[in-house]
Design a protein around this ligand. Sequence first.
Ligand code: NDP
Ligand code: GDR
Length: 325
Amino acid sequence: MKKAFITGITGQDGSYLAEFLLDKGYKVYGLTRRTSTQNFARIQHLIHHPHLTLVSGDLVDQHSLTNPIKEIQPDEVYNLAAQSFVQASWSQPVLTGDFTAIGVTRVLEAIRLACPTTKFYQASSSEMFGKVRETPQNENTPFYPRSPYGVAKVYGHWITVNYRESYEMFAVSGILFNHESPRRGLEFVTRKIANGVARVKLGKQKYVELGNLESERDWGYAKDYVEAMWLMLQQDKPEDFVIGTGEAHSVREFLQLSCKVAGIDNWETAYKHNPDFDRPAEVDRLIADPKKAREKLGWKPSVSFEELVILMVKAELERESKTSK
Ligand code: NDP
Ligand code: GDR
């Protein structure tokens, strides 16, 4: 039985990846942080799975990474843990650097010392392209990050490349564009809109407060993207890949279509601008060139932009109609 170790298993991607690997017959170990109240909502349905084991640890604590990796001897390690919210990286830049950048080195060091044959996946991000140098963005596009988060991810990307080249480790960096789902954190714009619009429709709130409606993102469905992570580790050679749909849409379009799906006639009545959600430095437009992934991994997205909006808004209408508040 193959063994996988996932950091960030309680997050959106970690929960989908755990499901995916358990379905493939893996034994899955997930790193979780100690918190005063448990936040296992996304993996609650998996908790009693006979092949899932949770391990307590933190990206800032080297021993809590090295010890389990030494004991488990995993075939694959997926480093998905991070402070992943771009906006929060301006108010907590040092913490973001510690988790999202140096945390990657800690995981790589744990592997190097305790299980050097492990295959390693690093969750890199299209935010590294930031103020883009070319359009669309591929594996060779230079980086120009626009937030402390983006800067930290650039470090994580290059330290992964460096360990591959220095120690001949099977270490890859997946440069993933935005991917969403009903399990997305409520603070991210797609889930915030889907949830807000559902609440407006049900009369629970008057409008959704948002920042910049003009920025454009290449949005896909998270379930498709965890398969790409796995595919990268099944290759003969460790290589980096860009993963995205190749289509960009604005926040405004996401909002307009969400209102339509929820049955709100005039989207402008469901929205209010709040400058608190504007960013000190914005990433205006990201769009992937996923040609390499299509050709080498045989990967392509299965859910279109329209389908994604429909599935997210429907999930929120269902969720919100079950409670009165
Ligand atoms: P989430 O924010 O949903 O999940 C982040 C996970 O990291 C949570 O399980 C969280 O645990 C864990 N975590 C945070 N800090 C620490 C720490 N110090 N030690 C251990 N665990 C920690 O992110 P996503 O699932 O959306 O993203 C997964 C990864 O992919 C992240 O690295 C993100 O930056 C990256 N990424 C995401 C994209 C996207 O569109 N979703 C696109 C490109 C990259 P807890 O539940 O305890 O908070
Ligand atoms: P992003 O996602 O920053 O691309 O990072 P987010 O959904 O936070 O923002 C997307 C765009 O929407 C604009 N926006 C708002 N964003 C939020 N969160 N809240 C608002 O009210 C709002 N109004 C407008 C933003 O300005 C931005 O332009 C995500 C994360 O998952 C990262 O971890 C990941 O690396 C990248 O995607 C790829």
